[in-house]
Design a protein around this ligand. Structure first.
Ligand SMILES: *Cc1c(COP(=O)(O)O)cnc(C)c1O
Length: 389
């Protein structure tokens, strides 16, 4: 990507080579078609770049959450099937059809609206019937599935491209959750069988998210839809270890742009939440909550000195790369501070890694913040340029 000259110190390095490896790992495991969710700007990684790389690696389907996300992909030249996972307003349906998206449907009013717009556009629109087997979000009941499938099969301008459900606790290794997921897939299989018995082709049958791919081979059917797994974060097994050896795509990097001496007893940043216990060197990093770095990491995260693919100014720093350093004081909107230690030979302009690469990855940061890696990568916002390798 040609960011030269406008590329700031803070940037997210995205490893497209790891994406390729993660995709082949999933392909080897399931042997099914793969749909890659690229909603929310590909979980913060950049939808167009991720979509193109995923398709080059042989992914058959993409999935988005809004019509605009789908349109962005089409405008970016992407021709593959794109599934629309969320329900949209009636007034968005013409645009949905114009962008050749494949909506999830689960009720007759929505199907009717689609049928009318499809007729107006003179298109035969592929739809996926979504059955709620226990997620409690969108979907018809398994009893309603056959009659909706019949409605779709009979309609002139729609056809059933797929039948789907979504799993609520598939990423959990707990016994009760495994039973719950088994019930979901059994209910789903039965509904699909009933559709077939009614003489209707259910199309591509798909259910498995990341947890389904990782722990439930009976949920794989014709196609899997793993998101976070392909971005490089695996569910944990019973021992708390990553169940699959995927590699995190995102590395958040920055640099030390200012270094100063701080004497014992002096404080750093708003609210004076950190005071030096001894004379030390403090570095300032141009990255803050305005970039999506959670303020809850104030005095609560270790970054690494050094960064992959970046030149270290001081080649003599014996402990480079990857020496861990504490963020100290409150994280500000645009800046944060790091304690380099009294003896540090870190130099101004030296790169640092906030998460991923030489530092702990976004999944570890998520544990610290009581959240999930999805939120960490999604929150890194557009002020942080993405650099692709
Ligand atoms: C987001 C989403 C996925 C992917 O979920 P992960 O937990 O990231 O694997 C799959 N299916 C649907 C319907 C989704 O909304």
């Amino acid at each position: 990507m040609n960011n030269a000259g406008v590329l700031r110190a803070s940037r997210a390095l995205i490893h497209l080579d790891y994406l390729q490896e993660n995709i082949s790992l999933v392909r080897k495991k399931t042997g099914t078609k793969i749909c890659m969710p690229v909603k929310a700007d590909a979980y913060g990684h950049g939808a167009i770049h991720i979509a193109k790389a995923a398709l080059l690696s042989g992914v058959e389907y993409l999935a988005v959450a809004t019509v605009l996300e789908g349109k962005e992909l089409r405008d970016g030249g992407i021709l593959s099937p794109i599934m629309l996972l969320s329900i949209v307003l009636p007034e968005e349906i013409d645009a949905l059809i114009a962008a050749d998206l494949e909506p999830m449907v689960c009720d007759s009013e929505y199907i009717e609206n689609l049928e009318k717009s499809a007729a107006k556009a003179g298109k035969k629109v592929p739809v996926h019937l979504k059955i709620d087997t226990g997620m409690g979000r969108i979907g018809c009941t398994s009893e309603e599935a056959v009659s909706l499938a019949v409605t779709i099969a009979k309609s002139k301008n729609l056809y059933l491209a797929g039948t789907a459900t979504h799993l609520a606790v598939s990423d959990s290794p707990d016994k009760d959750d495994i039973v719950y997921t088994n019930n979901q897939t059994e209910l789903f299989s039965a509904a699909v069988e009933n559709i077939k018995k009614a003489g209707i082709d259910p199309g591509i049958v798909h259910a498995a998210n990341t947890g389904g791919v990782t722990f439930h081979n009976h949920s794989w059917f014709d196609m899997v839809r793993p998101g976070i797994l392909l971005y490089g974060y695996s569910p944990q097994d019973q021992e708390g270890k990553a169940a699959l050896a995927v590699k995190p795509l995102m590395e958040l990097q920055s640099a030390i742009v200012f270094i100063k001496n701080v004497k014992k007893g002096q404080s750093v940043s708003y609210g004076r939440t950190w005071t030096a216990e001894e004379n030390t060197l403090i570095g300032t990093i141009p990255l803050g909550y305005g970039d999506g770095l959670s303020r809850l990491l104030s005095n609560n995260w270790q970054i690494a000195l050094g960064a992959e693919n970046r030149t270290v100014v001081n080649q003599n720093e014996g402990k480079l790369p990857g020496k861990p350093l504490f963020l100290v004081g409150r994280i500000c909107m645009d800046q944060c501070m790091v304690n380099l230690g009294r003896e540090s030979t870190a130099q101004r302009w030296d790169p640092v890694t906030i998460f991923g690469g030489l530092a702990p990855h976004a999944g570890i940061m998520a544990l610290k913040l009581n959240t999930i890696p999805y939120e960490i990568t999604c929150n890194i916002n557009k002020r942080v340029p993405r650099v692709y390798t």
